[in-house]
Design a binder for this molecule. Structure first.
Ligand SMILES: Cc1cc2nc3c(=O)[nH]c(=O)nc-3n(C[C@H](O)[C@H](O)[C@H](O)COP(=O)(O)OP(=O)(O)OC[C@H]3O[C@@H](n4cnc5c(N)ncnc54)[C@H](O)[C@@H]3O)c2cc1C
Length: 391
């Protein structure tokens, strides 16, 4: 029988792939990460308390406000990752700089074929190659996929956009005028360290991505001018947000955005991957020590990628997104004004992919109880079908 050369080959060298590679090495597994070694250029924001073990990789920790009806300072510290520091802290597994073109599964393990031509063999193959992945089967549901889009500028100082701190969401209409006249977008304002600030106009979720030109025009309206030419960097965001999670019976295991870790309300997935990596690595290590069957090891890994309670959480999050998609600008602002008026130990779990379903349900019912009448009526009457219990 052929013996695989590695315990684990991770496809993809983004935050998720490198985090899992590092966690596997920490568990004593022979893990290799394959990817093209592209620079990470996205601005990764996160709540500091979600990943205390990675605090050293943050730059510019900050207090942060929400503007939805009124300006409110949130009682949690927010920060942006220093991408090189985060990468360096996660680079504990050997890397193969290459692109994966195919994965073939056998009874003894799998062969990972790369564009460079050197095949790798492993007992467990994990696809962490970003949205869509490279070797995963996933129901695409185009009619239920939505997109977060944003247009952002990195400027050398904080522009005059009101307040003096970071802003997670400013739901005031970009062009002034009556709230509700336009489709909802919000302004995101974030210090990046060294006096630099990111200002980003964001469409939280929309069935079809909002046009970049429209986002750019809205940002210009907020700033009083289009400052694109003065920007150090222009950030264009497009994050597909797919409902559900990939099937857990497939032989390639998913992880990170490829496995559906993108949060349906925020588009974020980095902290979810950092938090899950040790759990998934532990499951693979345990399976490898108790079985030589790669299919059983893959199943154990899937159960750690998406533990059953978190599948229920995901169904609730998907439901919440469907509710939001039905809202106009007035309702969205009222919704987030209500959401962030809750005690932060009530709203915080809602923003985590790995929250317990009870925590998410608690936040949802608290919003409903506290919502103004108009919003409550919309929540009660405009709701999509209730989520099915996940298998
Ligand atoms: C501009 C922008 C801003 C964002 N801001 C945030 C934020 O603030 N916070 C947050 O949590 N999320 C944010 N996101 C979402 C973010 O993309 C994801 O959260 C995160 O990058 C997903 O990490 P990942 O490692 O799962 O996938 P990716 O980052 O997509 O990494 C996948 C890796 O796989 C590699 N790859 C692809 N195909 C192959 C192949 N065939 N073979 C080998 N390797 C392959 C790619 O080169 C890439 O390095 C943002 C996204 C964008 C675009």
């Amino acid at each position: 029988m052929t013996l695989p050369a590695h315990d684990v080959v991770v496809l993809g060298d983004g935050p998720a792939g490198r985090a899992l590679g590092a966690a596997c090495r920490d568990r004593g597994l022979d893990a290799v990460v394959v990817g093209p070694d592209h620079a990470w250029t996205s601005t990764f924001g996160a709540w500091v308390d979600e990943v205390p073990d990675h605090r050293g990789a943050f730059v510019a920790e900050t207090a942060i406000d929400v503007v939805a009806g009124e300006r409110r300072r949130l009682g949690r510290t927010y920060a942006v990752f220093h991408n090189q520091c985060l990468r360096a802290s996660l680079d504990r597994a050997p890397r193969v700089v290459d692109t994966v073109v195919a994965v073939q599964h056998h009874t003894w393990g799998a062969v990972v074929r790369t564009a460079g031509g050197t095949p790798l063999t492993a007992a467990v193959v994990v696809d962490a190659a970003g949205a869509g992945g490279v070797a995963l089967d996933r129901d695409v549901h185009p009619e239920r996929t939505s997109f977060q889009t944003a247009y952002g500028l990195v400027l050398s100082e904080r522009p005059d956009v009101g307040g003096d701190a970071a802003v997670l969401m400013d739901w005031r209409p970009a062009r002034g005028g009556a709230a509700g006249a336009e489709e909802p977008t919000f302004l995101y304002v974030l210090p990046l360290g060294g006096g630099r600030w990111l200002v980003e106009e964001t469409s939280l979720a929309r069935r079809r991505p909002m046009a970049v030109d429209e986002l750019r025009a809205r940002l210009a309206a907020r700033l009083g001018a289009d400052l694109t030419d003065r920007a150090e960097h222009v950030e264009v965001v497009s994050i597909p947000m797919r409902p559900g999670v990939p099937g857990r019976l497939q032989p390639t295991v998913g992880f990170g955005a490829a496995a559906g870790y993108v949060h349906p309300a925020t588009g974020y997935s980095v902290t979810a991957s950092l938090r899950a990596a040790p759990r998934v690595a532990a499951a693979i290590a345990s399976a490898r020590s108790s079985t030589a069957d790669p299919a059983r090891a893959a199943r154990a890994a899937w159960d750690a990628v998406w533990p059953r309670p978190q599948r229920r959480t995901r169904a609730l999050h998907d439901y919440g997104l469907e509710v939001l998609l039905g809202f106009g600008a007035d309702d969205v602002a009222a919704f987030f004004g209500t959401f962030f008026s809750l005690p932060h130990d009530v709203w915080s779990p809602y923003l985590r992919v790995d929250a317990a379903p009870g925590e998410v349900a608690r936040a949802m019912s608290a919003v409903f109880s506290r919502a103004p009448w108009g919003l409550r009526r919309r929540l009660a009457t405009g709701r999509p079908p209730l989520p099915r219990r996940p298998r």
